[in-house]
Design a protein around this ligand. Structure first.
Ligand SMILES: O=C(O)CCC(=O)C(=O)O
Ligand SMILES: [Fe+2]
Length: 433
């Protein structure tokens, strides 16, 4: 198998239009899974043309090329895994392998235990989707979204009775295109640091980290959130890292003032995911991620500019989240819905599969700590509102409840109420769908 690289597609995709020289990392990647394969010359030339090219990159490539697993042993491989994500179907000269998967355990073994991921399936050049990925009709609801009005996103700034300083502050980002871009670059830099420092440490020491086998909750590789509970699998891989650097993220988001009495409840733990949705042979038969709301307080999300993320507007329409250079999306999660007593409702969303390009996204889930007990903040009841969520929940129990069930919109949100969904998109330049 030989790969050729689409130049820095990942990065260009994520932040097209901005200055690539500011991104001295995660620039190019590529690799082979077969032992005696030569690296494509173009890739090496690209590497050496880049000021970040170093012997280390070459070494990692070599290691990568002799490594039978896509993701193994060393944090630095992530960089190349990410680089490899940018291969397009026409450029990856995939062998046609006569592999058939008879039942879900074969698939699980291939993508999870053997570390190939859905990416491995995609690279086989399958002509049709394995039946385990064919989703029932109701789960593909978001694949055929209805048309939606321009700029359908309510702005947090317009909400009355805002009591959560954190959110107030983050609205400051609106209206300044430069800071979005800067933010995005910083955000990517931060992701890279996270990858190399925290995950690298764990991976070097622990080696294996498929979700079920990973000895550490801090690093996980997986495909579906709850594969055992799902009727059908999703066309997506993810790498997930516990992230210790909340303050940095807040700084990047221009949050200068935090109500410290609420800080741990709102922002006590963080997880960064790197999601990869490979080209899918039958995108209309499956989904990237089924409909769900996040269990987080807020999810800060960067996505590649090929689109694919939909949010539910009301009970029967889905909106394609607009794309814009360097924009980020912030989704309200269930924990904030509970703590704000329903002033901010978590947003139901899903990702469609794509038949012509690989999609990548990087959500940061900002959560309460697992041991925190969450219920409506007294401040959210200060105007005499009745507590909608007076049941005190251990956040860990809440999250466990979510991850044990199949994704099914907001049904798993035990605190569901009929209110407007809210998504913030910091793009102010385009509203094209
Ligand atoms: O990839 C995306 O844009 C969204 C992913 C997502 O919803 C999730 O990981 O919870
Ligand atoms: Fe999500």
């Amino acid at each position: 198998m030989q790969f050729q690289l689409k130049n820095a597609d990942l990065i260009k995709g994520c932040i097209s239009g901005s200055d690539r020289s500011k991104l001295p990392w995660l620039v190019y990647g590529g690799g082979q899974r077969e032992e005696n394969c030569k690296l494509p010359g173009e890739l090496l030339r690209n590497l050496s043309a880049e000021r970040t090219c170093s012997r280390r990159h070459g070494d990692v490539l070599k290691q990568y090329s002799t490594n039978s697993k896509a993701l193994e042993a060393d944090g630095t491989h992530h960089i190349f895994y990410l680089g490899c994500l940018s291969l397009s179907r026409s450029q990856a000269m995939a062998p046609t392998l006569a592999v058939s998967f008879h039942d879900s355990s074969d698939i699980t073994d291939f993508f999870l235990n053997k570390g190939n991921g859905v990416k491995g399936l995609s690279e086989m050049g399958l002509e049709s989707l394995p039946k385990q990925y064919i989703q029932p009709l109701e789960r593909k609801e978001c694949v055929t979204p209805k048309s939606c009005p321009r700029n359908p996103f309510p702005s947090l700034a317009c909400q009355n009775g805002m009591t959560l300083k954190l959110l107030k502050q983050s609205v400051k980002l609106q209206g300044n295109g430069d800071s979005f871009r800067l933010l995005t670059i910083e955000y990517l830099r931060m992701l890279r640091k996270q990858l190399i420092s925290s995950s690298g440490y764990h991976l070097r020491r622990r080696g294996k980290y498929p979700k079920e086998l990973s000895p550490s909750n801090n690093v996980r590789f997986g495909s579906n959130f709850s594969p055992d509970a799902e009727k059908a699998l999703e066309w997506k891989d993810y790498l997930s890292f516990m992230s210790p650097r909340m303050r940095l993220l807040l700084k990047l988001l221009n949050v200068t003032e935090i109500d410290e009495t609420k800080e741990s409840l709102l922002l006590g733990s963080k997880r960064i995911n790197l999601d990869y949705y490979p080209i899918c042979p039958d995108p209309e038969l499956t989904v990237g991620v089924g409909r769900h709301s996040d269990v987080s307080t807020l999810t800060v999300l960067l996505q590649r500019d090929i689109g694919g993320l939909y949010v539910r507007r009301d009970n029967d329409s889905w909106i394609h989240v607009p794309l814009a250079n360097g924009s980020i999306v912030i989704n309200v999660g269930d924990a904030l819905q509970i703590m704000s007593n329903g002033r901010y409702m978590s947003i139901e969303h899903c990702v469609i599969a794509n038949g012509s390009d690989n999609r990548i996204s990087g959500p940061i889930f900002i959560n309460p700590r697992p041991s925190d007990k969450i219920s409506s903040f007294p401040e959210a009841l200060s105007s005499g509102e009745k507590a909608v969520y007076n049941e005190v929940l251990l956040y860990w129990d809440y999250a466990k409840h979510f991850f044990r069930k199949a994704l099914d919109g907001k049904k798993n949100n035990r605190c569901r109420k009929n209110m407007v969904s809210l998504v913030l998109n910091f793009d102010t330049t385009r509203t094209a769908m």
